[in-house]
Design a protein. Structure first.
Length: 573
């Protein structure tokens, strides 16, 4: 688990506070100058065990956790700078109860997280409905082949990749609350314009434009969520964030079943109405997002929301709980950009390279079967309605496996063991696909490919993993919102978009053989990553433990090391 060494923590006294007083005056006299802190909760990431441990704590006792702000010397080192938009709410002596914190987090879930999920749902409608269009003879009607489809997917992913960093730079300069809705409106217009596609050229142009306009959306939203959640709460929320991906696939399958029946209305194919109607729906979500995304925790008041979302007391709790969890979040405010030098510095961090490599390769074994699910079902003889409805079970299975893996990673507190599951899941299924031939029953093929495409989606875990191992806002602008990591993920998507070829038809022996080899390689990579980070932590332990307390304190006060270069930092693995 990523952490800063706890040597700064002092023996703490648990106090019960009167819930009737806003200033939380303790009901017992204090013997120390500073208000007492809560009993440290060594969270394992906000998962099941963490909630079980917290359930035994008196809800009216102090929830404020120990941090560097409790020591006068380190408090000044980590004090938020004046340009930080929430600096006026910073108070190292602020104390609050578990009851208050739980109520506040619940409010954030409803006000912030819920709409983030709706926006992600809209994104997936527009980027994945091409899968449903394929069941309505989309390719033949435009005079295209599977290879043209591969090229379109490749262009989408390349544009998605190209847009990552520019979008992040713009988002930090103008604010994600402005940039995210703008992105949604522009890409929605592009998405609904697919109603007028006329052939291969227009298809390729719109796929590239969609990828470029959508490329920065997810990292921008994750950056926005990090303003409200601690690093142990965010991975679970990201898990539910990606649940909306699966919900979108399930809902879009049902929507497509109805919308595609408009085939022939006005002389237009059903897939044209699919793009038009779903694009118009996401356009509405984009417009609403201008009003539902405040700039930050202390900036929720607006002319149409004069009271704001949070009380003064809640703003103090929100800001201080975030900074106590990760003091580096005050390093950059939400209207400040990055320099090219800072970006290059992040890319040079070789300690993050194992995660970048995993981002590149981890989805390749299951990507092609997923991309071609509906097209494969049509080729197997299922009609349009059957193909759309038969794609639903794999999405339901994938949703359940996603939640299982996210919770597993927090329960066992191991990122490697929770993410290698994808490769272990895919390996036997890819072996089965490789053995299939033309005589294999369509239902046997369907069962195996459904299990393969219902894989454990470990991407949210690896996003949180990269975020923890960066431990700096200047690098985590690229990593916590995962831009650099996600660039490698998109590069991997370009690779697997071209593994299945037209000449190989449904049963692609060459492609499945390649997927088997990459899956086996990934298992080795995950094991190597485990020992890589284990070695780095043990090496730092040896160095740190040879120092005296005075030397450790001097290092904290004078070091110019940043982020994961600090000797008091430990990597998650």
């Amino acid at each position: 688990m990523t952490t800063v060494l706890p040597f700064l923590k002092k023996p703490l006294v648990q106090e019960r506070y009167s819930s009737e007083k806003d200033d939380l005056t303790p009901t017992t006299s204090l013997t120390e100058q500073k208000p007492p802190l809560g009993i440290p909760v060594e969270s394992v990431g906000g998962g099941i065990w963490s909630r079980l441990k917290k359930s035994h704590i008196d809800p009216d006792s102090i929830a404020t956790q120990p941090s560097v702000f409790d020591d006068p010397l380190t408090c000044e080192v980590y004090r938020p700078p004046p340009q930080y938009e929430n600096a006026h709410k910073f108070d190292p002596d602020a104390r609050w109860t578990w009851r208050e914190e739980k109520k506040l987090v619940r409010k954030i879930d409803w006000r912030v997280m819920l709409w983030a999920g709706i926006m992600f749902f809209a994104l997936d409608l527009d980027r994945n409905n091409i899968s449903q269009a394929n069941t309505d003879n989309f390719l033949p009607s435009l005079g295209m082949t599977t290879n043209d489809y591969n090229l379109g997917n490749s262009l989408f992913r390349i544009a998605f990749l190209i847009a990552e960093l520019p979008s992040q730079l713009v988002s930090k300069r103008v604010g994600p609350d402005v940039w995210i809705p703008f992105q949604m409106v522009v890409w929605s217009i592009t998405a609904l314009s697919q109603f007028w596609l006329s052939g291969r050229a227009s298809f390729l142009v719109t796929r590239f434009l969609l990828g470029f306009l959508q490329g920065g959306f997810i990292p921008d939203v994750v950056l926005y969520l990090s303003y409200f959640y601690t690093k142990t709460e965010l991975p679970i929320r990201l898990g539910f964030f990606w649940v909306s991906n699966y919900i979108a696939v399930i809902v879009s399958a049902f929507l497509a079943t109805g919308i595609l029946k408009l085939d022939g209305v006005g002389g237009h194919a059903g897939w044209r109405y699919l793009f038009l109607i779903e694009g118009a729906g996401t356009l509405l979500v984009g417009i609403c997002s201008f009003f539902l995304l405040p700039p930050g925790p202390t900036q929720t008041k607006a002319w149409f929301r004069p009271q704001g979302w949070f009380t003064e007391r809640e703003e103090v709790i929100l800001v201080n709980r975030i900074l106590r969890d990760d003091p580096s979040k005050s390093d950059m405010h939400n209207r400040q950009g990055l320099s090219v030098r800072a970006i290059w510095k992040a890319l040079q961090d070789w300690k993050m390279w194992p995660l970048y490599i995993l981002g590149l390769t981890h989805m390749i074994p299951v990507g092609p079967p997923q991309n071609y699910l509906t097209l494969s079902l049509r080729n197997l003889g299922f009609n349009t309605t059957q193909s759309n409805l038969l794609s639903i079970p794999s999405s339901v299975l994938g949703l359940l496996m996603l939640l299982f893996c996210v919770y597993l990673s927090e329960i066992i507190n191991s990122r490697v063991f929770a993410t290698i599951i994808l490769q272990l899941w895919a390996l036997p299924l890819l072996i089965a696909l490789y053995t299939f031939n033309a005589d294999t029953s369509q239902w046997v093929y369907y069962a195996v490919v459904t299990l393969c495409t219902g894989f454990p989606y470990v991407h949210p875990i690896q996003v949180g993993w990269a975020s923890r191992n960066s431990y700096s806002v200047r690098t985590s602008l690229l990593i916590k919102p995962y831009s650099v990591y996600n660039m490698f993920v998109q590069a991997g998507a370009v690779v697997y978009a071209n593994i299945y070829q037209t000449k190989d038809a449904v049963n692609d022996k060459n492609g499945n053989r390649a997927l088997l080899g990459i899956c086996s390689m990934n298992i080795v990579l995950y094991i190597g990553t485990y020992f890589f980070y284990k070695y780095l932590n043990e090496r730092r332990d040896r160095i740190w433990n040879t120092w005296t307390k005075e030397q450790q304190q001097e290092y904290l006060e004078t070091t110019k090391d940043e982020g994961n270069q600090r000797l008091d930092f430990r990597f998650a693995y």
